[in-house]
Design a protein around this ligand. Structure first.
Ligand code: AMP
Ligand code: MG
Length: 312
C-alpha cells in the first residue's frame, strides 16, 4: 500500500526519512507530480525505473534546493547557465550541464551530463532541504501515460508500487519543465515546457536554438498517450463531432456533447491538459478533438504534447 502523506511538516519529515532509507516518494512540484528517490544512490534510483517501467536509456532530472547542492552534482555550471538560473530558478527550467563524479550512472543514463532543476514549490523545496541531497524525480506516472497533476493521478498509476505520495493538491503549471542544454555555453532547447522560447530569448538577446537532432528526446520522450485517439483541429477547420466524441476548444464555445470543454487561455489549457486526457479515458471517449494552440509562449509546449499524443 502506498501511504498518503499530508503536506505539512510531519508529512515532509516522514517523506524525507523514506528517501533516506532508499524508498520512493511522489511529491508535488509546480509542473507535475515527481516520483522521487535519493538522487545520489544508484540503488534507490533503480527503483524509479522499475516502478515507472521507464526505459533505462532515459536520463532523470535531479531536483535541488540550493545552488550549493547544484554545484556538487555539476562538474561546472557555465556562465550562460548561471545567467538562466539567476532569472528562472526556482522555476520550471531544467539545465543540462556536465556532471560531477557524485552523479550515479543510471541518473545520467550512462552519459557525461546531468539535468538539474530547482522547483518553485514550497513542499518540493522543503522536502529536498529536509532530505539533504538532490532528489531524482521524473514524472510520477507509468511511462507513456499522461503526467500526474494531482495525488489521485499518481495513485491511479502507482498505488502499491511506491512507498508514499505527499498530497499537495493540484499542480499550478500542469506541464513539464523546459529542458535546455548549456554545456556548450550557449542555449539549446531540448524540450519545450513552461518557460517559453520567448522568455529565454528576452533574457539572452537572441533566439535560442531548438534541438533539430530530435533523436535524443524522441527516443526518450513518453508518448503522452491516453487511450482515446486525439485529433487536432484549427478554428477554420472545426470538426463535426459524433455523440461519443469529445471536443476541447479554445477560441469558440464548442457544441454540447458528452465531453465538451471550453478553455479560456493557454495557461488554462496547459494546467488542464493532462487531467482532460485522463478524464476522457474515464468517460470512454473514442475520439477527442482538440483545438491547436498557437505555437508561441506556453502554446509551443502544449502543441508539442498534443502532437505526440496525436501521432502515437
Ligand atoms: P521527465 O523527468 O519524465 O519529465 O523527463 C526528463 C526529460 O529530461 C527527458 O526528456 C530526458 O530525456 C531529459 N533529460 C534528462 N537528463 C538529460 C540529460 N543529461 N541530457 C539530455 N536530456 C536529459
Ligand atoms: Mg515524464
Amino acid at each position: 500500500m502506498t501511504k498518503i502523506l499530508k503536506s505539512n511538516t510531519v508529512g515532509i519529515k516522514e517523506a524525507a526519512e523514506i528517501l533516506r532509507c532508499g524508498g520512493l516518494v511522489a511529491f508535488p512540484t509546480e509542473t507535475v507530480y515527481g516520483l522521487g528517490a535519493n538522487g545520489l544512490s544508484e540503488t534507490a534510483v533503480k527503483l524509479i525505473f522499475k516502478a515507472k517501467n521507464r526505459p533505462d536509456n532515459n536520463p532523470l532530472i535531479l531536483h535541488v534546493s540550493s545552488l550549493e547542492m547544484a554545484s556538487e552534482v555539476a562538474y561546472e555550471i557555465p556562465v550562460i547557465g548561471k545567467k538562466l538560473l539567476e532569472k528562472f530558478w526556482p522555476g520550471p527550467l531544467t539545465l543540462v550541464v556536465k556532471k560531477s563524479d557524485k552523479v550515479p550512472v543510471n541518473v545520467s543514463a550512462g552519459g557525461k551530463t546531468v539535468a538539474l532543476r530547482m522547483p518553485d514549490h514550497p513542499i518540493a523545496l522543503s522536502l529536498i532541504k529536509e532530505a539533504g541531497f538532490p532528489i531524482a524525480a521524473p514524472s510520477a506516472n507509468i511511462s507513456g501515460k499522461p503526467s500526474p497533476i494531482e495525488a489521485g493521478d499518481v495513485l491511479s498509476d502507482l498505488d502499491g508500487k511506491i512507498d508514499a505520495v505527499i498530497d499537495g493538491g493540484k499542480c499550478r503549471v500542469g506541464l513539464e519543465s523546459t529542458v535546455v542544454d548549456v554545456t556548450q555555453n550557449k542555449v539549446k532547447i531540448l524540450r519545450h515546457g513552461a518557460i517559453s522560447l520567448e522568455q529565454l530569448a528576452e533574457l539572452l538577446d537572441y533566439k535560442p536554438e531548438i534541438d533539430t537532432d530530435k533523436s535524443l528526446i524522441d527516443l526518450h520522450e513518453i508518448k503522452y498517450a491516453p487511450k482515446c485517439s486525439i485529433k487536432l483541429f484549427t478554428l477554420d477547420n472545426a470538426p463535426f463531432i459524433g455523440v461519443k466524441d469529445g471536443i476541447v476548444a479554445l477560441s469558440f464555445s464548442p457544441p454540447p456533447s458528452i465531453f465538451s470543454i471550453k478553455l479560456s487561455s493557454l495557461e488554462e489549457y496547459a494546467a488542464k491538459l493532462y487531467s482532460i486526457l485522463r478524464e476522457a479515458d474515464k468517460k470512454n471517449i473514442k475520439i477527442l478533438y482538440m483545438e491547436k494552440p498557437s505555437n508561441s509562449g506556453i502554446g509551443a509546449a502544449i502543441l508539442d504534447r498534443l502532437q505526440k499524443a496525436e501521432s502515437r
